[in-house]
Design a protein. Structure first.
Lengths: 225, 218
């Protein structure tokens, strides 16, 4: 129980954001209207994805230092959890797009630098899994995929953090659009938004620990046979 | 020490390339025939955006084809022999430099054939050529590293494409933006994009320098 308090925190926080996110008052704004509540679900997905992919990067670097196969297991499982949150981020964003920017045209996808960044993130990590799948030897797979993971993450950070600041974006906070935090993320929204980020990151870490444990068990039975 | 090693390795690459000229000829012919196929499909391109995009897509595919073989043709025995003689940093840096030389020739040929058949819309030549040069270097350093990764797997040609496309996007988008500026002939150069392009090149080369040693040993 002593070591598991954060799992309870994660469940409580996420439950709280679901309930409070749908019931608490939100500012009435043109175009987004009530869909602004999606902020509590869409934005934490990206925070979580970046955090979990950073865990993956960290363990890839650790693998290249110590050549311990456990780090490789964590790195690969973190990449798959990160991909899951990336897909969820795209799904929630796509629904939001449909009812705000693309309302008249009924589009699920618009040409925007951040959406392209999201798509490229997913392409990079799908390629990472295919790379892993095409190498049979365990140590070699771990080494080569760690190199690709580090290389890809750096290029990804360039794409996600530097380029959007140089071009226009439909998202708040870019290309002259004011950020949510400036005028409309009021104190009621903050009360839901911050717990949502913490809650989802903790849930992702929980999923990661479970996946790492099952992967270790799988390999153990493989060696015993 | 490192520089003499790099010098000898580049000389080796050039000698090998000139020894079987058909490989080099194949890549150059690839560019020419791709441009000709595009010419037959598009006839004449008036829109600068389409002209620019098609040019970079042709160059992108030609570069992938040119560099994909750079590690695949190296046999295990040859790598083992190199391992006893030189440092891994010398190997990756010499391959990057040699490949950027190859890509510079390739992109110059591509520009020439492309302007003959499809037309030439460039207004600011210095900026376009600078972009082409920096782009060749960036493509070469990124693709050399990816080809080193792909060479370690069983289905390396598919992997070469799927591994390199997504991580090339930042580079490609900056290049397309800069060359669009060159086509439009803007009064003032947008220096911020040039800085980002240089910065990307520096990142890619230093990552290759740091990470190649882990790819090298079996």
């Amino acid at each position: 129980m002593k070591n598991n308090w954060w799992k309870i925190v994660s469940v409580v926080f996420v439950l709280y954001t679901i309930i409070a996110g749908f019931l608490l008052k939100v500012p009435a704004l043109a175009m987004v209207h009530e869909s602004i509540r999606n902020l509590y679900f869409h934005v934490p997905m990206w925070f979580t994805m970046i955090a979990i992919l950073f865990v993956s990067l960290w363990h890839s670097i650790k693998y290249l230092y110590k050549f311990d196969i456990k780090s490789d297991i964590v790195a690969s499982q973190a990449a798959s959890v990160g991909t899951l949150f990336g897909i969820l981020g795209i799904a929630t964003g796509s629904i939001w797009t449909r009812y705000t920017w693309g309302e008249s045209s009924g589009l699920w996808w618009v040409n925007d630098v951040k959406l392209n960044g999201a798509a490229i993130t997913l392409l990079i990590y799908f390629a990472y899994f295919i790379l892993r799948g095409s190498i049979d030897e365990e140590q070699k797979r771990a080494r080569i995929s760690a190199v690709y993971n580090i290389f890809a993450y750096v290029m990804l950070i360039v794409f996600l953090l530097i380029l959007p600041r140089m071009t226009d974006s439909l998202h708040p906070g870019n290309g002259g659009n004011p950020g949510f935090s400036k005028y409309d993320l009021d104190k009621y929204m903050r009360m839901v938004f911050y717990p949502a980020i913490i809650g989802w990151i903790l849930i992702a870490i929980w999923i990661l620990t479970l996946r790492v444990r099952t992967e270790k068990l799988k390999r153990k039975t493989l060696f015993d046979d | 020490m490192l520089f003499t090693q790099i010098k000898y390795l580049i000389a080796k690459e050039i000698k090998l390339e000139l020894r079987n000229k058909y490989a080099l000829g194949g890549i150059l012919l690839y560019v020419v025939s791709t441009v000709f196929v595009s010419y037959l499909s598009f006839k004449n391109i008036i829109s600068p955006t389409v002209w620019n995009a098609l040019f970079w897509i042709i160059l992108l595919f030609a570069s992938i084809n040119a560099i994909a073989k750079s590690f695949i043709t190296d046999t295990k025995g040859k790598m083992l022999y190199l391992y006893t003689l030189v440092s891994p940093q010398a190997v990756i840096l010499s391959k990057i430099l040699y490949n950027s030389l190859l890509l510079t020739v390739l992109s110059a040929l591509c520009l020439l054939v492309y302007s003959i058949f499809i037309g030439n819309l460039i207004q600011d030549y210095p900026l376009f050529l600078l972009t082409l040069l920096l782009g060749s270097f960036g493509f070469s350093s990124l693709l050399t590293m990816v080809s080193a990764i792909a060479a370690k797997t069983s289905n390396n040609f598919t992997l070469m494409a799927i591994l390199s496309f997504p991580i090339m996007m930042p580079l490609l988008m900056v290049l397309i933006k800069l060359s669009k500026n060159a086509i439009d002939g803007l009064q003032k150069w947008d220096v911020s994009y040039l800085v980002v392009l240089l910065f990307l090149n520096v990142i890619i080369v230093s990552l290759s320098y740091l990470l190649f040693r882990y790819l090298w040993r079996e």
